[in-house]
Design a binder for this molecule. Structure first.
Ligand code: UDX
Length: 486
């Protein structure tokens, strides 16, 4: 090719293609990474699935394709590919269709690369979402190096990566009494953890070969071995021992470049979200202005989790009994089949808590977490939320639901000590009294104060990394694109 990662083309800047899955928790870090690279003079093509593109365009208008172009050394080129999903933003994403959609997006990216490879400024590297399994195949087809962007911690990655060993040693399937409480203390770089802390989709109780989800999730870790580099949206200083162990023990080329939302706001002087699949309700910020310092519990379960009616009801009752001030995000699709937030919540809840509560359908989360009125975050422990909370020094009350959220909670509670669990590990069902207690403890009691102090310490650690390890890792990445050292 004419241009590319340092193959003698002189003036041409390296061209990198980024492929995220069209879910909020992946679009955010990818869009931040695109900004970081473009601000450093890399040509970036950001692939956007049709459904996400339709929604983003509707929310932001036609300027959606390349936000904040004036601060970038190069504009980001957005290429829309089909995803087989309905583009009606009012229809919630069908989780059962996601795997099929990943394949359809793959065909679109294949077609796109065929076109881009013929251009003068042909791509020299792909950066692919960790949940996409075809990264290696497509990179081979076009003779390109590829990197995996892992939108989680290296710690949780390492737990998942070692699952085959847990299977061969008989920890998984986790059958029989006490099976989930068995401790695992032999993974290099990690403190001991229990079977309960292994990511939920692979911590199964039946034959591993018969479970397609187990196979799917394990294939992600397997594919990671073929990536030329794994970029973690995480901070080296949070988990240096596991990063080193992954490098030495498993031979991974590990590169911590997070928190990407902070790295990109450094270059763009703005932490504005550029891709929102739901309209942010900014009115909560003026409501927060009227609250006292550290007095508000922020509650949000990310973009995917849906809760059972009983769970929402116990949360609401616990919250009401606690007397705390709160900001609660309830997405329109938080419980399928229900039309309005009022119908989701116990009757009269909004009226009764009117003077101290604010319920909205989507928050400007970064601005919320940065607000001095926020005292703690009741979160499902999705990695973006964890990183955003920690970066703002906000302690967490963890209520994990799916994916590797339970694993994240382990590190939050036991390693970093920046949060507490909402429920005790062996608790079968959620109950008002536990909810009320846990909320009160994190907001008002000594244990809460201790995790807040630790969270403030990690806020500093992360801030330092933004001018230290993550910054130099990103600079080296850019340098490697320019010199072709992939
Ligand atoms: C999740 C998992 O974390 C991810 O690993 C998985 O692969 C896909 O789903 P999600 O459940 O949405 O993502 O949670 P999280 O990782 O916390 O990401 C949510 C993002 O949405 C965060 O960046 C958060 O700031 C943003 N958000 C959330 C808002 O902007 N407003 C809100 O009201 C809630």
């Amino acid at each position: 090719g004419e241009s590319g990662c340092g193959n003698g083309s002189g003036a041409a800047s390296p061209h990198v293609v980024l492929v995220p899955l069209p879910v909020q928790g992946h679009l955010n870090p990818f869009s931040s990474l695109a900004h970081c690279l473009a601000a450093s003079g890399i040509s970036v093509t950001l692939v956007r699935a049709a459904r996400a593109n339709a929604i983003v365009s509707e929310i932001q208008g036609s300027a959606a394709s390349s936000p904040l172009p004036h601060i970038l050394a190069r504009p980001i080129r957005v290429e829309v590919v089909p995803d087989g999903m309905t583009s009606d933003p009012k229809q919630p994403l069908n989780p059962n269709k996601v795997r099929e959609s990943i394949e359809i997006i793959g065909k679109g990216v294949d077609g796109l690369l065929e076109k881009l490879m013929r251009e003068k400024d042909a791509p020299c590297c792909l950066i692919i979402d960790h949940l996409i399994g075809w990264g290696h195949d497509i990179a081979l087809k076009y003779g390109l190096p590829w990197m995996m962007l892992w939108m989680g911690s290296a710690s949780a990655f390492s737990v998942g990566f070692h699952v085959p060993e847990l299977v061969s040693r008989g920890y998984i399937p986790a059958v029989g009494e006490g099976a989930k409480d068995r401790m695992i203390d032999f993974v290099p770089g990690l403190s001991p953890f229990s079977v309960r802390d292994v990511p939920k989709p692979v911590r199964i109780e039946e034959d591993t070969k018969a479970n397609p989800f187990f196979q799917f999730f394990m294939s992600i870790y397997y594919k990671a071995k073929y990536a030329d580099r794994i970029l973690f949206d995480s901070v080296y200083d949070l988990e240096s021992s596991v990063a080193e162990a992954l490098r030495e023990e498993a031979g991974f080329s590990v590169c911590h470049v997070g928190p990407l939302f902070m790295m990109s706001s450094q270059t763009s002087k703005s932490s504005a979200r550029t891709v929102n699949l739901l309209q942010e309700d900014d009115s909560c910020l003026s409501w927060l202005d009227k609250q006292q310092e550290s007095s508000v519990l922020y509650i949000s379960f990310g973009s995917v989790v849906t809760l059972e009616y009983d769970v929402i009801s116990e949360l609401a009752s616990g919250l009401e009994a606690s007397g705390l001030h709160f900001l609660w995000v309830i997405r329109p699709d938080a419980l399928s089949g229900k039309a309005s937030v009022e119908e989701l919540l116990p009757e009269g809840f909004i009226d009764r808590t009117h003077s101290r509560g604010c319920v909205i359908s989507w928050a400007p989360q970064l601005a919320v977490l940065a607000h001095p009125s926020i005292g703690a975050f009741l979160t499902h422990c999705g990695w973006n939320s964890v990183l955003e909370s920690l970066s703002h020094g906000v302690p967490m009350l963890g209520f994990p639901q799916q994916a590797e959220q339970n694993t994240n909670l382990k590190f939050i509670v036991h390693d970093w000590k920046v949060g507490l669990p909402l429920l005790q590990p062996n608790m079968q069902r959620i109950e008002l009294t536990y909810v009320q207690d846990a909320m009160t403890v994190i907001m008002k009691k000594d244990e809460g104060k201790e995790v807040r102090r630790n969270a403030l310490h990690f806020k500093k650690v992360i801030l330092n990394a933004c001018n230290g390890s993550s910054k130099s890792n990103l600079e080296k990445l850019v340098q490697d694109f320019i010199s072709g050292n992939l």
